[in-house]
Design a protein around this ligand. Structure first.
Ligand SMILES: NC(=O)c1ccc[n+]([C@@H]2O[C@H](COP(=O)([O-])OP(=O)(O)OC[C@H]3O[C@@H](n4cnc5c(N)ncnc54)[C@H](O)[C@@H]3O)[C@@H](O)[C@H]2O)c1
Length: 242
């Protein structure tokens, strides 16, 4: 089985890439962070693919390189994403909105299109898993711009699931609550800033990447062969509270 993981140099993408390789997949990791990318690929003997998910050419070239070097794609895990700053909607610079839309929405569209097209052409089905966010269902002051992009990602997940189902291609997403990764490290370093995030979670702690990996592997695998179009929260129960 061949898997492509975008955001593979990052916390969540990196952990998923390592786990897929551990399950015997041939894995390509794609990212704009070339140093992190090289380090991660070397760590488990994967293929490093330079890719900017905002750029159609870069996405198509990266997908083609993966297929040329590893074979037809069975799995895409799309974990590339940015938060794009934080701030209330009334004062958030439009540049922050544009930046987060470009990576999280345009990027999800482009990678789904390129991988979907390749999977349809290969006629062997496949599984796509997007990394969304619990924030797509529940607002947090200061993150409205980011949450809007993850809600768009959920909509793209459902549309792609419907359109690709006749080809045996499943499309799902997971929606984590806060996860300890480089993305959140700065925000969570201050105990006073961290406490309100933990208090929202009935299971009483932030997630780590090990909490996400088994569910993503399940959705990527044939064990989930009758599951498509879902956006599954992995949030310690956070969405139970309003
Ligand atoms: N960490 C959390 O609390 C959390 C919670 C819910 C959802 N998520 C989502 O999980 C995903 C992974 O987040 P993470 O915590 O591992 O963050 P991270 O910053 O560790 O990893 C994100 C990766 O995406 C890459 N990236 C950014 N822009 C890119 C682009 N244009 N093209 C290709 N790659 C690009 C970065 O270089 C980085 O390696 C993101 O989509 C994020 O929104 C994270």
């Amino acid at each position: 089985m061949v898997a492509l993981v975008t955001g593979g140099a990052g916390g969540i993408g990196g952990a998923i890439a390592t786990a897929l390789a551990g399950r015997g997949h041939r894995v390509a990791v794609a990212d704009v962070d070339l140093v992190g990318l090289a380090r991660k690929a070397e760590e488990f003997g994967g293929l490093a693919v330079e890719m900017d998910v905002r750029d159609p050419e870069s996405v198509r070239t990266g997908v083609a390189k993966t297929i040329a070097e590893l074979g037809p794609l069975d799995v895409l895990v799309h974990a590339a994403g940015v938060v794009g700053g934080a701030g209330p909607l009334l004062s958030l610079p439009v540049e922050s909105m544009d930046a987060v839309l470009a990576v999280n929405v345009r990027g999800t569209f482009l990678i789904t299109q390129a991988v979907g097209e390749a999977m349809v052409a290969a006629r062997r089905g496949g599984s796509i898993v997007h990394i969304s966010s619990a924030g797509s269902f529940q607002p947090t002051v200061g993150l409205g711009h980011y949450e809007a992009t993850k809600a768009a990602m959920n909509a793209l997940t459902r549309s792609a699931a419907l359109e690709l189902a006749p080809h045996g291609i499943r499309v799902n997403a997971v929606a984590p609550g806060p996860v300890e990764t480089p993305l959140t490290a700065a925000a969570m370093a201050d105990p006073a800033a961290r406490a309100p995030w933990v208090e929202r979670i009935p299971l009483g702690r932030l997630a780590n990447t090990d909490d996400l990996v088994p569910t993503v592997l399940l959705l990527a695998s044939l064990e989930a062969r009758h599951i498509t179009g879902t956006v599954l929260p992995i949030d310690g129960g956070q969405l139970l509270r309003g």
